[in-house]
Write a protein that binds this ligand. Structure first.
Ligand code: BEZ
Length: 210
């Protein structure tokens, strides 16, 4: 069975474009997004990495560090990063793991043999401050991911960790949220003194708590 939500993200040591890291130590007390891409010097991956570099302030604001991975050589990562800067208008500002021996890829199940037995798929692991895996996603090589969606999920996770709410379809920061079913109406009145709307007994909506 592969890694599941709630599992502790496995620790590892690996070479990266920012020097060797011990993953848990590198995460420190913050959140992380570990994501694999299939191969260096490929077009979709180039756009994904450039876009992630542009999101640095958005990741920082949420206390999240990004780290990429492919099974390419470290020298290739350094060469390709120049192309990323030139073509995407943003230099890499997060480490890229050079996982030549596929140690990390295998540990995280990033190689799906029926898709490719040599290259990693587009995996994403969102890891919280307790090193728990909170979100995973897997995209095929041909489809670039939506990194704004990854930030949206992190916003939802960080909000719902703090308050007894869940976020509805397509929710983004600032929109109304849902009171979780485990909270009674009597408790909801105390937790949300500004009031809430009961559309159905199981569907109660409240402005996003601050
Ligand atoms: C790409 O990043 O463009 C790509 C990588 C592997 C297979 C197909 C596309």
């Amino acid at each position: 069975m592969g890694l599941q939500l709630g599992d502790i993200a496995p620790d590892f040591e690996a070479p990266t474009t920012e020097g060797p890291i011990k993953f848990h130590e590198w995460l420190g007390n913050g959140w992380g997004v570990l994501f694999s891409h299939p191969k260096n010097y490929t077009p979709v991956c180039t756009t994904e990495l450039g876009y992630t570099a542009k999101l640095k302030e958005d990741f920082d604001r949420r206390g999240v560090k990004a780290i990429g991975l492919s099974v390419d050589k470290l020298e290739d990562h350094h060469g390709w990063s120049k192309d990323i800067e030139e073509t995407q208008g943003a230099a890499l500002n997060f480490p890229l793991i050079a996982d030549e021996d596929r140690k990390v890829a295998n540990l995280y199940g990033m190689i799906h043999p029926n898709a490719s037995d040599t290259l990693t798929v587009r995996s994403v692991f969102v890891i919280d401050h307790n090193k728990k895996i909170r979100m995973t996603l897997t995209y095929p090589a041909s489809t670039g991911r939506n990194f704004d969606e990854i930030l949206r999920v992190i916003d939802s996770l960080q909000l719902t960790d703090k308050f007894k709410v869940a976020t509805p379809v397509n929710w983004v920061q600032g929109e109304d949220v849902i009171i979780v079913p485990a909270v009674s109406n009597a408790d909801a009145e105390k937790l949300f003194p500004g009031g809430f709307k009961e559309i159905k007994p199981y569907l109660r909506v409240v402005p996003q708590p601050k």
